[in-house]
Design a protein. Sequence first.
Length: 280
Amino acid sequence: MDLIEIAETLNEKSAEHRIGEIQTIRYKMGRQEKKAKQQLFYISPDTLNYWGNWILLFGGVKEFLFCLYLDKDKKLWYGLSLPLRNKGMFVINDKVKLQGLIEKTNTLFETAPALFSDFSMWCENDNGIGNITDVQNISAESLDGFSSLFIGKSIEINKIDFDTILNTFDKMLDIYIKINTGDLDADYASLLDYEPPPKPKTIRDWSDGLIQRTKADLENLTFAGNPLRGGVCLKKNDGSFGVISIENALNHIYHVVDDDGNAETFSTVDELIKAGWVLD
């Protein structure tokens, strides 16, 4: 079983667990402006080529997010990760935001250590997993040279139990919510009946030149792909950003996944442009 098969199985089985509501939870946390389809992991062969054997939370851009990592010894590492480099649009490259997430994690660990008691902490570098310890306070300096910081568990791939993994994710939901909202009182239960107010968006007009270039480049296959983001980068007139996979773009399949994990599919480039999308 490879990492894509593992992620696909977890996506399917997550419907029976709290973690299967992750996109509704993210919407209620204010992490996205509209409800996305309920999908746990973003699965793309394109991105695996650039990230290594990592699969990340669907829509979980620039946050402490759920993820999977399969190492060279066929051990699956699963839990929450801070992507620091080599993860495309998921990387937290804003030092102020990264420091804020570190401080929130440390505060939560100090005030509610029981939330972390079942988990380990480790870092990823170019050689794989290292620095495996119990969960402890984090400093930005201790992350220098690493690609990711990780809190979670691991299991040999021949002993994999999907319900055990999903139960672990269920237990980690409150950590995910508290750190990414910055509200240490927030949790799964408190979000159940909460409905966030809609956020207004400013709609902008695209120039005729940009519209013509988008149409010509997509139809004539003269676009440029972005390896770090795993496809052809687009922007929308409401301020959103999205990606079409290289494979889909080459086959004139205009399936756009935005930074919140929401997906739209258009039959033609004209439909894509009419919906507000152009090349970024």
